[in-house]
Design a protein around this ligand. Sequence first.
Ligand code: SF4
Length: 258
Amino acid sequence: MQGYDPFQLGEAVRRFVTRAVFGIEERKYYRFRGGKWYGGISTGDVVGCNLRCKFCWSWKYTHTTDKGEFYDPSKAFEKMHSIAKERGYSYVRISGGEPTLSFNHLLELLKLFNETNLTFILETNGLLLGKEKSYVKALANYNVVVRVSFKGATEDEFAILTSARPEFYEYQFKALENLVEAGFRPGVDVYPAIMLSFSTDESYSRFKERLRKIDPKFAEAIDEEYVILYPHVIEILKRNKLRPRIAFTPDNIPTSMI
Ligand code: SF4
């Protein structure tokens, strides 16, 4: 069968982008920044992912493991917290790569942010949350909003966009199911996002139908994502011979995506 197993890939990546120092899990970050997304959010961008999306805006750091520096949860917290305070933000997140690859690091961060009035947005492809119910149960102890970002509207689109085996797409839906089961409220504490640049109207309708079966509120709370044509994104699209049906230039991003 063609394609890779994202869990095997993630495990291999995890060995390079995490390390334990005196029992504390450190994660590789490549930068800390403020930004306009979510109306203003402090972000720590991590290295490494368990997918290889052909449109990934941070592919130089997610499709590799050798960049960045290790931070323990306290140091990462200090960086993200100080940016949020300086700029008056209400939100913080880990972005860039997949945060759940360093799950203990993530939980320690959530513990620290729980003592603040900041809301942590967990941006994830959801695969590990679909696989590991224990992860989802642990997340339920914290003030966290989970955004599960679907890579395409069908398993065929998922396989084309990520080069992973199509059956792993199912774990993205399973993540939503597990989160609802653990008490996360659909459309409030957990919501789906989807990369729609390569989907058809028909596949998107099927996707929404699938969400409705888990909970009708999910279909009303979809965060629609489209490719933004930054030079490094154009580079990876060309390399993968992938043509978006819809895309936006950096100076013309719709307000609904910000
Ligand atoms: S899941 Fe996100 S971070 Fe990982 S490769 Fe895909 S777009 Fe990039």
